[in-house]
Structures are given as C-alpha cells and as structure tokens.
Design a protein around this ligand. Sequence first.
Ligand code: PLP
Length: 384
Amino acid sequence: VESFTYLDHAATTPMRASAIAAMTPFLDQCFANPSGSHRFARQARQALDEARDLVADLCGVRPGEIVFTSCGTESDTTVLLGAAREGGGDLTAPTGLVCSTAEHHAVLDPVQHHGGTVVRVDATGHIDLDALAAALDDSTRVVSVMAVNNEVGRITDLGAVAKLVRQRAPQALLHSDAVQAACWMDLAQITAVVDSISLSAHKFGGPKGVGILTLRERFTLRPLLRGGGQERDRRSGTHNLAGIVATAEALRATVEGRSAQIARIQALRERLLEAVHHHIPDVTVTLDPELSVPGIVHLCVNAVESEALLFLLDQAGVCASAASACASGAMEPSHVLAAMGVPSSQARGALRLSLGYTTTEAEIDAAVAVLADSVARLRHPVRM
Ligand code: PLP
C-alpha cells in the first residue's frame, strides 16, 4: 500500500485489529443464524446476547434498549419516523418532528420531507435555545438534536436542550444523533438526558454496515422493516452477527482508550493549528477549539476553492474532506456553514481535517507541509 496521510476519520475510521479478530470466527466457524433453534444457532444467539449486553453497558442503557440496525442513517430514520407515527397506521405520515439546521442529512432530510420544524443554530453551530423553545408545543412528537456536529465538531449542550424539551413538550421523544460522539464523549452521560441515540460502528473502528439505536423502554416504535420480528419487532432482518460482535469490541476498545486518546489528539490538534497558523497565511479556524471535539478541525482557506485544494491534497497523498460531499463525490455548499452564517465566499474554501486513533505527529506534519504547498500553488499559479 502506498503511504498516505489519512485525516478523514469523521468520514470513516479504519477497523480496529481487535474488532477484525473478534468478527473473523463469525464469518466462517460460527456462521449460524442466531434466530434458529439448533446448537449452532444457540451459540450464535449467545454471542449476539453478549455483544448486546456489552454495548448496552457502554451506552448506559439496558440490553432491551439496544436495537441493532445497518447504519447511523437507519437508526436516525427508525426513530424519527417510527416514533412520530406511533399510534397511527403504517401509512400515516409522521408529524411533530423538530430538529436543528446543522443536523446531518440523515436527520435533516426526513424531518424536512415530513414537514417538520427546523430550528436555527447560532454562529458557533449550537442550536438556538430560544428558537427551540418557540418550536416546541403539545403537538411535538420527536425532537432530534445532534450530540456532535460532523462538519465543524461543535458539541451540543444536551442538558440544556433536554431541560427545554421536558418543560415545553414533555410528551416528546428526545433523540440525539451521537454518530460523531462515540470517540470523544461518555455515551452514558448522553443517554442519561435523552431518550434515544444513534451510533454508527464505522466511525469508531467497527465495520461499515452496523448501526446502533438506543431507545428507552417506555417508547414504542412503528418499525421500518417488518418481517422475522428480530430486535423485538423493532427491526426485522437476519442479524449481521459478525458485524455486531466486531462493533461491540470496537466500542469496548474505544471506551477503554478514550481518555488517553482525547489527551493525545488534543495535543495533535494544537500542533496542527499552530503549524497552520505559522505556515499558511489567511486561514480562518471556523470554530473555537474549546467548543468542538478534538478530532475535528475545520478551516476556511481564503481565496482557494475546496475542490481544487482537495485535488492537490489527494495527489500528494493527503486524505481530507470539504464540508459535505454527496454520494457522487460532488461538492455541495455546506448547509452547516450557511446555517452558522459563514459567508459563502469563505465557505468556498472549507476544509475538514479529522483526526482519530491512528493519527500520528508525522501525519500532521506531512499534512501541513502539503497543505501549505497546495495553497501557495493555488493562490500563485506559475505562469508559463
Ligand atoms: N449522522 C452523522 C452526524 C454522521 O456524521 C453520519 C455519517 O457521516 C451519519 C449520521 C450517517 O451514518 P451512516 O454512514 O452509518 O449511515
């Protein structure tokens, strides 16, 4: 493999070796369907139960409050549509959805599609609490506010959000998309104040294709997928047992190493910001590092287009991202930066460098050198 510098951990992380080791026996030796009744199925069921117990414990919820899904997007959609239709028929449109303008599309799009209320954020990307208060009433069914923003890393004060929701819409389910939180925050502290969270295994060293939804037992859902009745009828479909076992191990390793990684990555972030400041003129750090998780550094590079910059970075072996790339890889203007009031001239040079458990000092230094060179080339193209 050619050497490269990977600063795109918020998009996805490499799988942890211990998670790969944990999953391998379930691909060939213990491949049975955990819903079956023979001895191999029972073995598989036991592994599933153990993974569920571990994940529940790490999330601060009960095993019955864990629903395994196929991704973070499915977890978000399941709770948004499932809880907002509860009581109605399957074809009843969900109503009473509320979220913030800075949500990931996995929340924003379903809320907008079903005519929900989208609440503005302030200049730091935090949901505006006065606007949220005004959006809540006795018709509100699900409020969804992300724990950590995926573009700029902004951490939400979920305690303040929960207080408002409990006061003004006590009947509502409060959900938090915590997909970007797992590496940085104590999930039990989050589940202590909200009713449900979504996680995605590939963001913390697990495999792609496994999501987690925690949902407090007092809430019922209209399932998106009906069929074999797995996950207590909340999500039918044969379990991805190997993926689930690997997810549990990845989350265990993430939680075990979390405080050490936070300290290490905070130091790497400081090194990165200092070097950027030193070597690249006219770059704005979008968010005060105090307000964001250590792993996400968002910059706006003046007088440079993200797309051209990413192209040069890629050519030099540096993997980074702009604000939001859609599935086709094409660049879209960031709805998060627009919601924060970042002028579009500035947002055009958006660059997200995201760090994770494999990031090294050498990678930071290499990335800054390439970045400085690329920015200079774009700003001062050599004329022939
Ligand atoms: N929510 C947030 C905040 C994310 O960052 C992502 C992925 O980037 C998702 C949801 C979607 O997760 P998945 O890719 O597992 O569907």
